[in-house]
Write a protein that binds this ligand. Structure first.
Ligand code: BTN
Length: 245
């Protein structure tokens, strides 16, 4: 549960607003949720723009910083959080899956994604977790096919209701992670993973690998076996973006 909830008509990006709030008063805002009805310059992972419109979810949550090596675990925990929140609305209407590192698919099309950035100012640091979900609208011209909740007959959800559900699911999963460790989170993530034991192609800034998606290791790294039998481990933490103020 966040201590502060901010709801804006329009912002450049909820990520930037989160960072501004932390600049203003870190201690006061270090546990906040920021929602916008519209974003003018939303961004996705790897510097891609995130184009979305009113009616869709645009939110950022400011949470306590997590350092490597647990950062990859925590990123997957967020994927599972969004999976659980969306599944609670979708039910049996469609197949919901987690796609590494942090996308959620419905019927093999992207419905939402997560961007995690680190805020740092002197000694103070926090994570800003940005979540975008296509509730009503979805982009047509994208590399990976997209969908919306409405397209599968589940569009009568408000962004605020979805945000509250996400926050509740996160509280429960985070508690489980803290008390029982990563194993349960990892097992559940793998149960609902897209293309497990099948061929995938992962392109990161520094590395591209094609091979069989073998699983997630005990530290949260993706294991992919290339066609020469070499196992590559990819950490979500490698692709985190940072805000250093
Ligand atoms: C991705 O799949 O690449 C991540 C998309 C994250 C988009 C959300 S929308 C709310 C928050 N503000 C942003 O500018 N980006 C995130």
């Amino acid at each position: 549960m966040s201590d502060n909830l901010f709801l804006y008509e329009s912002l450049d990006s909820t990520m930037d607003e989160a960072s501004h709030l932390l600049d203003k008063d870190f201690n006061r805002f270090k546990n906040s949720m920021i929602l916008a009805k519209q974003q003018l310059r939303g961004r996705g992972r790897q510097g891609r723009p995130w184009v979305t419109s009113e009616g869709n979810l645009m939110m950022s949550m400011i949470v306590e910083d997590i350092q490597p090596p647990r950062l990859s675990e925590y990123a997957l925990l967020w994927g599972l959080t969004l999976y659980e929140a969306l599944s609670s609305f979708v039910g049996d209407l469609a197949k919901v899956q987690c796609k590494w590192p942090n996308d959620i698919l419905i019927n093999e099309k992207k419905v939402g994604g997560i961007l995690i950035e680190r805020y740092q100012s002197g000694e103070a640091s926090a994570l800003i977790v940005g979540i975008g979900v296509n509730i009503i609208h979805f982009p047509e011209e994208v590399q990976f096919p997209a969908t919306s909740l409405e397209e599968i007959g589940c569009g009568n959800i408000t962004p605020q209701d979805l945000a509250m559900k996400i926050s509740d699911c996160h509280t429960v999963l985070r508690k489980k992670w803290e008390t029982r460790g990563f194993d349960g989170i990892r097992d559940k993530w793998l149960e609902v993973a897209w293309r497990l034991k099948e061929e995938i192609n992962i392109s990161q800034e520094k590395k591209s690998v094609i091979g069989i998606f073998e699983g997630i290791d005990l530290k949260g790294a993706l294991e992919i076996k290339d066609f020469e039998g070499v196992i590559h481990k990819l950490y979500t933490g490698d692709v985190f973006e940072s805000f250093i103020c």
